[in-house]
Ligand binder design. Structure first.
Ligand code: SF4
Ligand code: SF4
Ligand code: SF4
Length: 195
């Protein structure tokens, strides 16, 4: 007697169809495991990072991180910096005397260190232990300078939460998961050559 589950076009019967479906499902499962194992063997776990090109300096990187202080810090891409005497990331806009007096500084924690190099150049270094990731300097540098001050999640400080509490509320959608072997993103500069 003819198998009633076989199609009129002479295709596979129900059992063959189910078996092939099962094989397909198992193949996907094996493939997914293989990709995970390969990723692990290559050290390519995924971590959170923010894209400075999207950041609008809203201030939530300082307040929303589960870590205190935030795992987000200001990073200085020196290769983009103009080594300006009048640094828009260091000085408040109304500053008249370019001195390191606390009242002249944009940074609320004095985390940016200004160092004389040679006339007329100054170098600006971030003391990460003091930085709270508030982005005030990033905004100033982006408005009046070259944009060399940029926020980044420091991977050595981040808990790599399942759901990043800053990413959830970032109004710019600047956060994404990136491979752990290439965990930093710098705007306007090749991160591999950072320095
Ligand atoms: S939460 Fe988003 S927009 Fe706000 S400072 Fe952080 S990265 Fe920038
Ligand atoms: S202004 Fe804010 S983001 Fe910039 S160095 Fe100071 S604490 Fe860090
Ligand atoms: S993943 Fe967690 S620890 Fe890392 S920046 Fe986001 S909230 Fe902070």
């Amino acid at each position: 007697m003819e198998d009633s589950s076989k199609s009129k076009s002479g295709g596979m019967n129900r059992r063959e169809f189910l078996n092939s479906g099962l094989r397909f499902t198992i193949a996907i499962g094996v493939g997914a495991v293989a990709v995970r194992l390969l990723s692990r063997s290559q050290g390519r776990q995924m971590v959170w990072q923010l894209d400075p090109a999207k950041c609008i300096q809203c201030g939530r990187c300082a307040t929303n991180c589960v870590k205190t202080p935030s795992a987000v810090k200001c990073t200085h891409v020196y290769s983009m910096c103009g080594y300006c005497d009048l640094c828009g990331g260091y000085f408040r806009p109304e500053t008249k005397d370019l001195t390191t007096a606390a009242e002249n500084q944009l940074c609320p924690t004095s985390a940016i260190k200004r160092k004389y190099i040679e006339d007329p150049f100054f170098q600006y270094d971030i003391d990460e232990a003091l930085c709270i990731g508030c982005a005030k300097c990033v905004k100033g540098c982006g408005s009046f300078g070259n944009g060399s001050l940029q926020l980044q999640i420091r991977q050595d400080l981040c808990d790599n939460c399942n759901e990043c509490a800053i990413a959830r509320d970032c109004p710019a959608g600047a956060f994404s998961r990136v491979p752990s072997d290439s965990p930093y993103i710098f705007s306007g500069y090749d991160s591999k050559k950072k320095g």
